[in-house]
Design a protein around this ligand. Structure first.
Ligand code: ZN
Ligand code: ZN
Length: 132
């Protein structure tokens, strides 16, 4: 039992580290292929289970992408948007948010009391690697 607990902790730690070091939001499959380098026996079901636990622990945040599905990233990051390469499917993070004026305006003219909580912005295009 103790062994099992230890292994789980290691898996979680590695998944958390992968998300942290990637610097962008990742799909479970992307996390899986990275995690496999560290733990050869890990499988996708284990990745999903650990991801759900990490989200429950508020270490990771789930976001949705229309094409890629659910992505995971480290919680509590400063505002950022995503650049999504339609050629290689890679998600890049663009720090900062140029939409604050737009959001403030929404808040001021709250549409029938709609309260703005958060937003996700994806910019679709071709990354420098694919544009070469
Ligand atoms: Zn690309
Ligand atoms: Zn923004």
């Amino acid at each position: 039992m103790l062994m099992k607990l230890k292994r789980l902790t290691k898996q979680k730690r590695i998944i958390n580290k992968i998300c942290k070091e990637s610097g962008t939001a990742l799909t479970p499959k992307e996390i899986y292929s990275e995690a496999k380098k560290e733990i050869d026996s890990i499988n996708l079901a284990t990745i999903y289970r650990n991801l759900n636990q990490l989200v429950e622990d508020k270490k990771l945040t789930k976001i949705k992408h229309a094409l890629k599905g659910t992505l995971y990233e480290i919680s509590g990051k400063s505002p950022h948007h995503y650049l999504f390469c339609t050629s290689c499917d890679t998600t890049f993070e663009k720090p900062g948010c140029g939409l604050s004026t737009c959001i403030e305006e929404l808040k001021e003219h709250s549409y029938d009391g709609f309260i703005v909580q958060s937003h996700e912005v994806y910019i679709h295009g071709i990354c420098p690697n694919c544009a070469k």
